[in-house]
Ligand binder design. Sequence first.
Ligand code: PMP
Length: 338
Amino acid sequence: MHIYNNILETIGNTPMVKLNKVTASLPCTVLAKVEFFNPGNSIKDRMAVKMVEVAEQNGWLKPGGTIIEGTSGNTGMGLALAAVIKGYKCIFTTTDKQSKEKMDILKALGAEVIVCPTNVEPEDPRSYYSVSKRLAKEVPNSWYVNQYDNLANRDAHYEQTGPEIWEQTSGKVTHLVVATGTGGTVTGTGKYLKEKNPAIKVWAIDSYGSLLKKYFETGELDMSEVYPYITEGIGEDFVPQNYDMSVIDHFEKVTDKDGAVMARRIAKEEGIFVGYSAGSALAGLMQLKAQLKPEDVVVVVFHDHGSRYVGKVYNDQWMMERGFLDVKTVKDVVNARA
Ligand code: PMP
C-alpha cells in the first residue's frame, strides 16, 4: 500500500493514452499525455511547485509569505495547492476573458483573485501584469512568481514531463506537439527529448491573435499579429524568457473555432474530457497530416480538464453565438435553449 504524505506528492506520472477514433485519418500512432490527472487538473501543477521550491531555496519566499502572480487559472491552481500545503497566502490577478469557473476554483483554495481588463496593453496600469507587479511591491513579505520569465517553469518540464514521455514511449516518440503560452512546456519537454534523440520533431501550436509563430519565423515582434482571441492559455503578445526557440522545429496556428470543435470531438470520440488548448493542439496536428508517416509516434500534450470550460466550449449556446457550432437541426436549437 502506498500512501502519499500530501496532495503535492501526487503531481506527475500522468497517463499516456492512445487516441483511436479522432485521429483515424492520420497515418501514424497518436498518444495523448493526459495532464488533467494532476491534482490541480492541469500540467501547470508541475511548474508551480517547482517555482515555489526554487523560491524557497533562494530565500525569495519566506515562511508565512504571500505568493503573487498574474495567472489565467491553471498556474494559480498549482500555486494555490502548494500554498495550502506549505502555509503561504496567494493573491492572483487575472483577466475578464477567463472562465468564471477557473476563478471560483482558485477562491475555493483560499486565494484572493483580482480581475483586470483583457484588452489593454501589458504596460497599462490596469493590465493584469501591471497590477500583479504593483502588488508585489506593496504587499509585505511577498514574492512575485512571474511564470513567463521564471526559468524554473521550463526546468520542471525538463525534469519531469520530458523523462516521463521518453520512458512511457520506450524512446519511440518521433514528434512532440504542444500548445504553447509561456513556452515552459514546449521548451523544457522538447529540450529533454531532443537531448535523448535529436531527430525528434517539436511542433508548437499557437493561436491566431498571437505573435509567437511570426517571431519564430522572422525574429520580429510584429504587433500587427496581435488581436483579441478566445482560446485560453496559449499564444502571447510578447516572447517570454522561457522560450528557447532552437528547440522548436515548426509553429502552427489554429483558429478559435477549430480548437473548440476539436476539444468537443476528443470528449465525444475518446471519452477524454479535455480543455480548450488540448483541442487546439490536436487540431494543429491534424493540419500537419501531410508530414506524417505510418511509423511515426506522435505525443500530444493535453494540458487541462474540460470541467473549466463547461460554460464555454462545452456549452452549445456559447458555441453557436460565436459561429463555432452549426445549427443543423431544430433539436440542436431546442437543446441549446434548455
Ligand atoms: N494550455 C493551457 C490550458 C494552459 O493553461 C497553458 C499555460 N498558459 C498552456 C496550454 C501553455 O503552456 P505553457 O505556458 O507551458 O507554454
